[in-house]
Design a protein. Structure first.
Length: 169
């Protein structure tokens, strides 16, 4: 069992991960509306990955005899601007999640909760990858500018993201 404060923090993180899943699903719908099916597919996989992250914490809380409190998830935006602007928002969101994970890790460290530190270390490592990926895609879209052939090439490349890779995240 862990402290009520850590339990609360992990419940807030579960909520944040479920929100991220909804955000990426909203982005998938938006990308479809822009006729960018590759980006839409990438966002759908990202949404599924975020749900897996939420469930990983969900199971951890239960394993530690904590209490899972599923909370209301805010409605995500429906419009995201251009593909480049959308991926800038992805990067901003991933940086926000990194801050949340870092604060939770710091709290676990201050409370000498070694098991939670180990669990959160996986998320720390995952966030490095998430930020790098979002940053790379955002930079490529920025370089592409309004060049339609390049945008379509990037869309096709993002659509090639494998399901196995997404499930591993």
């Amino acid at each position: 069992m862990f402290s009520p404060e850590i339990n609360e923090t992990l419940n807030r993180q579960i909520q944040a991960e479920f929100y991220a899943s909804h955000l990426y699903l909203s982005m998938a719908a938006y990308a479809e509306s822009l006729n960018l099916p590759g980006m839409a597919g990438w966002m759908r996989m990202q949404s599924a990955e975020e749900r897996i992250h939420a469930l990983r914490l969900f199971d951890y809380v239960l394993d530690r005899e904590g209490t899972v409190e599923l909370r209301q998830i805010d409605r995500p935006p429906q419009q995201f601007g251009s593909a480049s602007e959308m991926f800038k928002q992805v990067l901003e969101h991933e940086r926000h999640v990194t801050q949340l994970i870092s604060a939770a890790y710091q709290q676990a460290t201050a409370g000498n909760d070694h098991a939670t530190q180990v669990q959160l270390q996986w998320f720390v490592t995952e966030q490095v990858e998430e930020e790098k990926t979002a940053s790379d895609i955002s930079a490529q879209l920025e370089m592409a500018g309004n060049d339609t052939p390049t945008l379509l090439m990037l869309d096709r490349e993002l659509g090639a993201r494998s399901t196995a890779a997404a499930a591993a995240g």
